[in-house]
Design a protein around this ligand. Structure first.
Ligand code: AMP
Ligand code: MN
Ligand code: MN
Ligand code: MN
Length: 278
């Protein structure tokens, strides 16, 4: 069976391995096809593709775009994108600039709460200071002893209703899908089970996503229970959305599941890689 993982992160966003290390790790785990899908940045694609060639891994350039839809933050994966696409690169630049302002707001809130130096502290964990996100704040807060690990620090400080949470306007669903499609990629809704959508909202998202040109749905993800995997497999078939799978690996110690450590797609699904020639 094909060993494939279509969702993971490197130091370009909030992962712990460099793009080269991700590929080396994938090789050690006997992964045959790997997509690097950093948040809002495609800068790791070139390095990873060179490393992948050496290790005989089929590399898929990817991205995970932050989107605001109906006042909720969603993540849209772009698979097989062209990392040089002007509209995509431009759009992602704008999102990363927004992340800087948001990080300053997060730091200001933490400051009011008596936690000082958050912005510089988080930036020290962000690769080349280019993309900054909540995970970098989480690592800073763990370093300062506010919680024992990244997971518990999120619950206490960085989610809605907690001191270090600020609401933020990300890209529109329409823009994200257009950037992905315009660069020759395929748009996939990442971990749909994470958004706490009721049946009506979920169906409205899937239909709108489809109408805007979205093609796939991430069915197999560590974020999903076995029941959710079945539910999303059902929607995949009903709405003709291609099935994707990925570990969402960020690094040892920060992810419960290792690269490639995911169950197979349910048998009745059409894999997104069906026409990739792999
Ligand atoms: P951001 O895009 O800056 O809001 O950060 C989102 C990232 O934070 C996700 O991709 C995860 O890596 C991480 N994250 C979000 N929620 C949690 C959580 N509850 N526990 C651990 N990491 C989380
Ligand atoms: Mn992340
Ligand atoms: Mn995500
Ligand atoms: Mn992810």
């Amino acid at each position: 069976m094909l060993k494939i993982d279509l969702h993971c992160h490197s130091t370009i966003s909030d992962g712990l391995f460099t793009p080269t290390q991700i590929i080396e790790h994938a090789a050690s785990r006997h992964i045959q096809v790997l997509a690097l899908t950093d948040h809002d940045d495609v800068a790791g694609a070139e390095e990873a593709s060179i490393a992948a060639r050496e290790k005989n891994i089929t590399f898929i350039a990817g991205v995970e775009i932050s989107v605001t839809w109906q006042n909720k933050t969603l993540h849209i994966l772009g698979l097989g994108i062209d990392p040089h696409s002007f509209a995509l690169v431009n759009g992602l630049n704008t999102i990363r600039e927004g992340r800087l302002g948001r990080a300053q707001n997060i730091a200001r809130q933490l400051d009011k709460f008596g936690i000082h130096g958050g912005f510089e502290g988080a930036q020290a964990y962000a690769s080349k200071g280019k993309l900054i996100g909540r995970t970098h704040f989480a690592r800073f807060l763990v370093e300062k002893g506010y919680a024992k690990d990244v997971r518990s620090v999120f619950k206490k400080y960085l989610v809605k209703g907690k001191p270090g949470y600020v609401s933020h306007q990300w890209a529109s669903l329409n823009d994200a899908i257009n950037w992905i499609n315009g660069s020759g990629g395929q748009a996939v809704i990442a971990h749909p089970g994470r958004y706490q959508l009721n049946k009506r909202l979920l169906e409205s998202l899937l239909n709108e996503f489809r109408e805007l040109g979205g093609l796939g749905i991430e069915i197999v993800s560590p974020s999903h229970s076995p029941e959710q995997i079945q539910l999303f497999a059902h929607y995949s078939n009903r709405l003709n959305l291609l099935a994707s799978c990925g570990s969402d690996f960020h690094g040892p110690g920060e992810s419960h599941f290792d690269l490639g450590q995911i169950p197979p797609l349910p048998a009745n699904c059409t894999p997104i890689w069906q026409n990739w020639g792999i």
